[in-house]
Design a protein around this ligand. Structure first.
Ligand SMILES: [Zn+2]
Length: 304
């Protein structure tokens, strides 16, 4: 039983099993400045790191590895910041993700222009797209000139090819937006907390799907207690197989309004003997649906 009276003060709405989670769209105004300026600062830092490392390595193909680093770092940084902000406003979250990714990209060009004295201030080079474009154009002309003259022999490629690299670079910097597009975390409005999650796998997929089929249109996964779950998938050899992943999302504080997501996957054979289970081809069966509290409690215990 709840002993925390503050829970009742907030009037937590109980969501009926079978209905779907919908984000409230609320934000924490006090955390908005931290979200915005924290994100821009992290973006500038990521841009600076990329610029410094590219400058240090100065071998163009390594830049692609660095670009992958930018991708990972951006996702970690902006996801953490979104958690901090507790923003449930989808459009705001996407908008800020785009801004942060763009600023990381434009900042590295701005640092570049400062190093080579292109005549733009840091703020101009970063926040004025026209200035950023001029920096890139000047750089391409510079590469073309040196390429044609072959004076220093520094550029084995033309400005046009460089432009292609820069385009890939831009895409690499913006790619985290695709990941950040989804709000992956559910939020308990009553407790002011993000949900936690537990997941487990089903290998007897026919059994599972038969039960699901028997529930008809009114699927609420009441059969879950009958299912055998595995916390970790054993690697398989030779042939691929179908597996089902069940994720239960729950508020660690109140444990009301539990949410389930179910997908099928193809588990690939572990050909390299790396003892892992690679899952591909996800097909979502149910995403973000409330289930009965009793059912959730049973599977949370089973998943532990
Ligand atoms: Zn809660």
């Amino acid at each position: 039983m709840h002993t925390d009276l503050s829970l009742y003060k907030h009037h937590i709405p109980m969501h009926a099993a079978g209905t779907f989670y919908k984000s409230s769209g609320l934000i924490k105004p006090k955390r908005l400045p931290g979200y915005l300026f924290g994100g821009i600062s992290l973006a500038v830092l990521i841009g600076w790191l990329f610029f410094k490392l590219c400058d240090f390595l100065s071998f163009v193909y390594l830049n692609f590895i660095l670009l992958f680093g930018v991708l990972l770092l951006s996702i970690i940084a902006y996801t953490s910041l979104r958690m901090y902000s507790r923003s449930r406003h989808h459009v705001l979250n996407i908008f800020l993700s785009i801004i942060f990714c763009y600023v990381a990209w434009s900042a590295q060009w701005s640092f570049f222009s400062m190093q080579w004295n292109y005549g733009f201030s840091f703020l101009e080079g970063t926040f004025n797209p026209g200035a950023t474009l001029q920096i890139i154009t000047r750089r391409m002309v510079q590469i073309d000139t040196e390429h044609l003259n072959r004076t220093a022999g520094r550029f084995p490629f033309s400005g046009g090819l460089a432009a292609l690299f820069y385009l890939v670079e831009f895409i690499g910097f913006m790619l985290p937006v695709a990941y950040l597009w989804e709000d992956r975390q559910y939020y308990c409005e009553g407790c002011d907390k993000f949900y936690e999650r537990k997941e487990a796998y089903v290998t007897a997929t026919d059994h599972f799907l038969t039960h699901l089929g028997e529930e008809g249109d009114n699927r609420q996964y009441r059969f879950l207690p009958l299912i055998q779950f595995y916390g970790k998938l054993a690697p398989i050899y030779k042939r691929k197989r179908e597996v089902i992943k069940v994720t239960v999302h729950y508020c660690p504080k109140c444990l009301d309004n539990n949410i389930i997501s179910v997908s099928t996957f193809e588990q690939q054979p572990d050909d390299d003997n790396r003892n892992n289970a690679t899952l591909t081809k996800e097909i979502a069966i149910t995403e973000g649906m409330y289930i009965e509290k009793v059912m959730a409690e049973i599977i949370i215990r089973k998943f532990a």
